[in-house]
Design a protein around this ligand. Structure first.
Ligand SMILES: [Zn+2]
Ligand SMILES: [Zn+2]
Length: 583
């Protein structure tokens, strides 16, 4: 047993005492943990020599605990505390901005019983009123909750990507660094990534590692060699950085991007069909051992005699056979999108005004933006547009549109399809909007089929154009909550568009379902569901998910120009759709 392990055990025992309201009893444990962590000599050795009592701050109680730990591998008191401390409180304790004192205050002052309750309290600004808390702690805690809810499986793409980008930009500032790329599941755009893998091209690896550590001081260094460093960053995410020479870069980038199954499938094909082998350091001929030097991934695929397979598809499904048939589709890109069709403004629960959102979107080069605020029914307590606000809301948007002919603001509405299938707003009012988005946000206790029935009612509604976040999943909290087979059938029959919601904890539809829905002729809208301006940037996560779902620009309605787009809405295609359905 190492000193660190002993110190951690004592520290955790002290923390649990403090969380449960015995701060006074906790301090000797903290002091002992800190002292042991700083010791150069091994505590096990000290114990064997009978010198535990010589250590500063170690009284009889503590000496007994340390002895128990060394002999049995555990401390009875620690295990007892563990069984009487709610599990979620320990998860909160592990969030970087938290300590036992703060967790004790949360536990004692707020009447809450889960991490979800805590998140709700933080969103209601209830935490910043507690002693020792402020708005910053509250925001960091919210971030930490998001991380901890997903950390079992990995990190959300929307959290990992900005971190990778920041590190890449930091490294690229060094004159010795030629290029930086992320690889692995992050480059494949998976909704949850295991860790962040960065590949760095440089001739001075030692210097680059030193500079990286200076710019991004980690929580812990896990492994360090001349060309590689593995660290845990301050958010507790594992970062692996490989320093490479220019001829090592592309082979390793290619080798580490595809999933294990993909690389193994590709090697089977290469061996059987081309007498080639793909290794970490390059592409070889199996008969002569000749090595090919490739400067791009496209060259690798050329030599393999295969159509290029984009990173997002390299999962090990049927992509290699598809590439052999030259049938890999022309996947959608960020710049194919002409606008975002699901944005909340301050008319409902969004933070920015419609003008601010439109200005941002125009600045980004969008052609239009779909403002899509919540409808507020008579009985609802959520912020939103009430029946009596509808005319005012639409007039406001019309007025803004009159000022600017190069850019269009679409007046949309997000309606809750209620338990009885009703919307709380009639067709006469709905037809005033440019488009309507139907969704379900509550009532999950009724079960999957009941929720599915509501969404199908939405598809059948003549004025609901898009179903938002169709599976209702929230990563780390709620799994897919819809019968996709029934929903897709209804969406296909009624020409209802399904959303690819880009919000980082939603990413909904997920990739595999996108591909299924695409095969049924369903069309999609890639949206952010942004509630603040910054969240409009999340669109890229929807695009990578759409790429993983094999979507092409023609499958996605917001790649269309404004005139064509408005033609696709159900209300404008009524005659046409009825004719089709009659045939
Ligand atoms: Zn929604
Ligand atoms: Zn929304």
């Amino acid at each position: 047993m190492t000193n660190i392990e002993i110190a951690m055990m004592l520290l955790r025992t002290g923390e649990m005492l403090e969380v449960l309201g015995q701060a006074y009893n906790a301090f000797p444990y903290y002091r002992a943990a800190e002292m042991i962590e700083g010791l150069e000599e091994d505590v096990v050795g000290i114990y064997r020599n009978g010198r535990l009592y010589d250590l500063p701050g170690v009284n009889m109680t503590l000496a007994n605990k340390i002895e128990e730990l060394i002999q049995t591998g555990k401390i009875g008191q620690h295990d007892e505390l563990l069984s009487s401390t709610p599990k979620w409180l320990l998860d909160v304790l592990d969030i970087p901005c938290m300590d036992a004192k703060k967790v004790a205050i949360i536990w004692q002052s707020l009447n809450i019983a889960s991490i979800e309750d805590l998140e709700w309290a933080a969103k209601k600004y209830r935490l910043q009123k507690l002693p020792g808390f402020d708005a910053k702690v509250e925001i960091n805690l919210l971030r930490g909750i998001n991380l901890s809810l997903t950390s079992k499986a990995g990190v959300l793409l929307g959290i990992a990507m900005p971190m990778a980008r920041k590190m890449a930009y930091g490294l690229l500032e060094m004159p010795e660094v030629e290029r930086v790329e992320w690889s692995g599941s992050l480059r494949r755009g998976k909704e949850i990534v295991g860790n962040i893998d960065l590949l760095v091209e440089t001739n001075t690896p030692t210097l680059a590692i030193k500079e990286f550590l200076r710019q991004f001081p980690p929580l812990k260094i896990i492994q360090q060699t001349k060309n590689k460093i593995v660290v845990l960053n301050k958010e507790g995410i594992k970062i692996e950085i490989s320093m490479l020479s220019s001829h090592e870069f592309i082979p390793l980038l290619h080798f580490t991007t595809g999933s294990k199954t993909y690389i193994s499938n590709l090697n089977k094909y290469a061996n059987n069909e081309r007498k080639l082998e793909i290794k970490e350091d390059g592409l070889y001929r199996t008969d002569t051992d000749k090595k090919f030097f490739c400067e791009t991934e496209e060259e690798i695929y050329d030599i393999l005699g295969l159509q290029y397979i984009p990173p997002e598809l390299r999962e090990g499904h049927d992509e290699i056979n598809t590439a052999r048939e030259n049938a890999i589709p022309n996947l959608i890109n960020m710049n194919d999108l002409k606008g975002d069709l699901h944005v909340h403004s301050s008319w409902s629960d969004g933070a920015a005004s419609i003008e601010e959102i439109a200005q941002w979107a125009k600045g980004k080069g969008y052609k239009y933006i779909g403002i899509c605020d919540h409808f507020r029914t008579q009985s609802s307590k959520r912020k939103g547009i009430r029946l009596e606000d509808v005319h005012h809301y639409i007039e406001h948007i019309t007025h803004l549109n009159e000022r600017d002919y190069d850019f269009k603001i679409l007046a949309g509405l997000e309606v809750e399809i209620q338990k009885d299938g009703e919307l709380g707003i009639g067709e006469d009012m709905l037809s005033l909007f440019d488009f309507v988005v139907g969704a379900v946000h509550s009532g999950f206790e009724d079960g999957i089929e009941a929720v599915t029935n509501r969404l199908i009612r939405g598809c059948n509604h003549p004025l609901i154009d898009i179903i938002a976040h169709p599976t209702n999943r929230i990563i780390g909290r709620r799994d897919i909550f819809v019968n996709t087979e029934r929903l897709f059938k209804a969406a296909a029959e009624t020409h209802t568009v399904l959303e690819v919601n880009s919000y980082i904890a939603r990413v909904d539809l997920p990739d595999i379902y996108i591909r299924q829905a695409k095969s049924q002729g369903i069309r999609f809208a890639i949206n952010t569901d942004a509630h603040i301006i910054n969240e409009l940037l999340m669109l890229e996560y929807g695009v990578s998910t759409a790429r993983r779902g094999w979507l092409e620009p023609r499958n996605v309605i917001n790649t269309m120009e404004y005139e064509e787009l408005t033609h696709t809405w159900k209300r404008n295609r009524r005659g046409e759709l009825t004719r089709q359905q009659l045939q």
